[in-house]
Design a protein around this ligand. Structure first.
Ligand SMILES: [Ca+2]
Length: 311
């Protein structure tokens, strides 16, 4: 083995130790992987043939490769375990709530104005992740439909806790929506139609009450602005319903009987809207709202922000 190789490996070991000391365990393990490969290559190409890699010892090389692969697999598993531990440690950290921003608006006001996923704690209790629309000034997204990757045909418990991917289609969850809107909130619907045109609906007063009220929703149409008719107040003061829990104002079960199973604050049954309906379906049951007929929606984002004048 040449002096260069020895010095290189010594430097690598020192670097690894420094990384280990500084707590970069995952990167250290990855570095061990690279080191193992380097040693293996050095053994094959950096030493005299008579040692290991002579033509007569091909079987040894094959054996060495097999062992190296085995080591790499073991290391890969260790990396995965470490990543899991780090993830768990992140969540553990969230049991301490101090220092978490209240919502996306507060993050935006403090100078972070890039769309993305952030941890918030609206009420000083355990934090949770949300997607922040910073492009439009710090709105907290509570629902998003941008493709059919996530089914919204879900049971009550899932609508309470939330589902989907925050940076993709998702429902944030009734408990979190309640915590975000309990002190008074605006709500904004970004609507994209099938012909590519856009619409919006903006309410200045929106609240979802807690579990003891079955997540009853209140909305005030005063000051409504939008490019579609004012429709959400049709759902004012209704409890939330899912296909397995009928709290709607209909003699039947809106979600189960006619709307393909998406949850909402249905009355009898919807105006704005069936936004948790089936993605891509343009008939009743698909994502849409009702004027004198069902108006299909291709994509939609629903987001909330504290009421004007509320600190
Ligand atoms: Ca009913």
């Amino acid at each position: 083995m040449t002096i260069y190789h020895k010095q290189h490996h010594l430097n690598t070991v020192v670097l690894y130790c420094n990384m280990l000391i500084s707590g970069k365990f995952v990167f250290s393990v990855l570095h061990i992987t690279v080191l193992s490969i380097t040693v293996a290559i050095s053994l094959c190409y950096g030493v005299p043939d008579s040692w290991i890699c002579s033509p007569s010892t091909d079987n040894h090389v094959i054996q060495l490769r097999l062992e190296t692969n085995s080591w790499l697999n073991a290391l890969e598993n260790q990396v995965k375990q470490l990543q899991k531990l780090i993830q768990e440690e992140k969540y553990k950290k969230f049991t301490t709530i101090e220092g978490f921003p209240r919502d996306c608006e507060e993050i935006y006001a403090n100078g972070t104005q890039i769309d993305g996923i952030y941890a918030v704690s609206p009420d000083g209790r355990c934090p949770f992740f949300v997607y922040c629309d910073m492009t439009n000034g710090g709105w907290t997204v509570i629902q998003r439909r941008v493709d059919g990757s996530t089914s919204f045909y879900r049971k009550w418990n899932e609508y309470v806790t939330g589902f989907g991917e925050l940076d993709d289609s998702h429902w944030l969850g009734l408990e979190r929506i309640h915590r975000l809107t309990n002190d008074g909130s605006q709500i904004f619907f970004d609507i994209e139609n099938y012909d590519g045109s856009k619409d919006f609906a903006h309410y200045k007063v929106f609240t979802v009450h807690g579990a003891s009220t079955t997540y009853t929703m209140n909305v005030d149409p005063f000051g409504y602005k939008g490019t579609i008719s004012e429709l959400l107040s049709y759902h004012n003061n209704f409890k939330f319903s899912t296909y397995d829990r009928d709290n709607d104002g209909h003699s039947g079960n809106c979600c189960k009987d006619s709307l393909d199973g998406g949850g909402w604050w249905y009355s009898s049954c919807y105006r704005l809207g069936n936004v948790n309906g089936v993605y891509g379906k343009q008939e009743t049951g698909g994502i849409g709202y009702w004027t004198t007929k069902n108006i299909p929606i291709k994509n939609i984002t629903i987001k909330v922000k504290r009421m004007d004048g509320v600190c």
